[in-house]
Design a protein around this ligand. Sequence first.
Ligand SMILES: Nc1ncnc2c1ncn2[C@@H]1O[C@H](COP(=O)(O)OP(=O)(O)OP(=O)(O)O)[C@@H](O)[C@H]1O
Ligand SMILES: [Mg+2]
Length: 357
Amino acid sequence: MKFSFFTESTPPLIGIDISSTAIKMVELADNGRGGYKLESYSMSPLPKDAMVDGNVNDLEKVADAVKLAWKLLGSREKRAALALPAAAVISKKVLMAADLREEDMEAQVEAEANQYIPFSLDEVNIDFQVLGPAPNSPDEVEVLIAASRKEKIEDRIAAAEGADLKVIVMDVETYATEAAYTLVASQLPNSGREQTVMIVDIGAFMMHINVLHDNKSVYTREQSFGGGQLTQEIQRRFGLSLEEAEIAKRKGGLPESYENEVLQPFVQSLAMEVARALQFFTSSTQYNRVDHIVLAGGCAAIPAIDVMVQDRTQVNTLVANPFQGMAISARLKQQQTTIDAPALLIACGLAMRGLAI
Ligand SMILES: Nc1ncnc2c1ncn2[C@@H]1O[C@H](COP(=O)(O)OP(=O)(O)OP(=O)(O)O)[C@@H](O)[C@H]1O
Ligand SMILES: [Mg+2]
């Protein structure tokens, strides 16, 4: 496998998000008119403790879930793009002379990496990407260096290989989110240009915050909050198992008291948590406002969540749907796709790596 956070384009790939609670896959195709078509997607739940803190804890269980997700996907494609959680990657922007040759740049990347990586260089994989001319220095370029411990990469590759898939690209989750966000940005006024947009991905245990200004990431942060809290409360109140609570949450069928006594308080605390993230951001950076909030992750599927967050924060809020405006395979149901879309941002961003669009 070519280890690369930054490979621009490769043949069609399946985007695979190995999250804390599920394996999620997305397969895109070129629609032949400069856009994407959603071929297929799938999700298969992971048992508790299969992944711990973003690391593979039980390889066999993870590989089995990858196998199942691939079967559900119904694709023949075996090449895949995976991502590491941001916490597993050390990244740094440095300046280098603009006229360096490729080999000299590689040598300088190693030298730079040596200074700030707390491990020996043979324990890590390094990759870099020239971002463009340095803002105030015409003779220099900005270079983004990313490094990760080999074992973190190898564990994920092993999980994919255990399901008979081949990993072609290893990305970073935040970059994949940003790639998929470009599709969402086109739904914003002026396509998000010159504006500050806070992407809030609320999964099962974590809230991942990524703020972009003028469509470039300026801030990332994580807060421990997620839909798992709601699932637990459903289990406790109604005496259900984890699996039963998960299904009831998504498909309905809970007693009438659920709406007012369980769901509403959770939605209130979610909105408060987003407001807090917003406040942290504006008080600790040069930016004093956010123009739009984009909600992603499984919790964004809660009906009217955007309205509640907007009421609380007074910031225009929308639910991410990277598939909006895409042609969708006839095998998929439009309505269900819209519900599942916000949880598929990372997998979608990874699938985009396979196509030069
Ligand atoms: N339709 C729905 N309604 C309400 N909650 C939902 C719905 N679909 C998913 N969820 C909840 O969203 C959470 C899972 O979200 P997501 O798939 O984004 O998590 P994850 O990526 O596995 O988590 P993390 O990012 O923390 O690793 C679960 O708590 C799940 O119950
Ligand atoms: Mg997630």
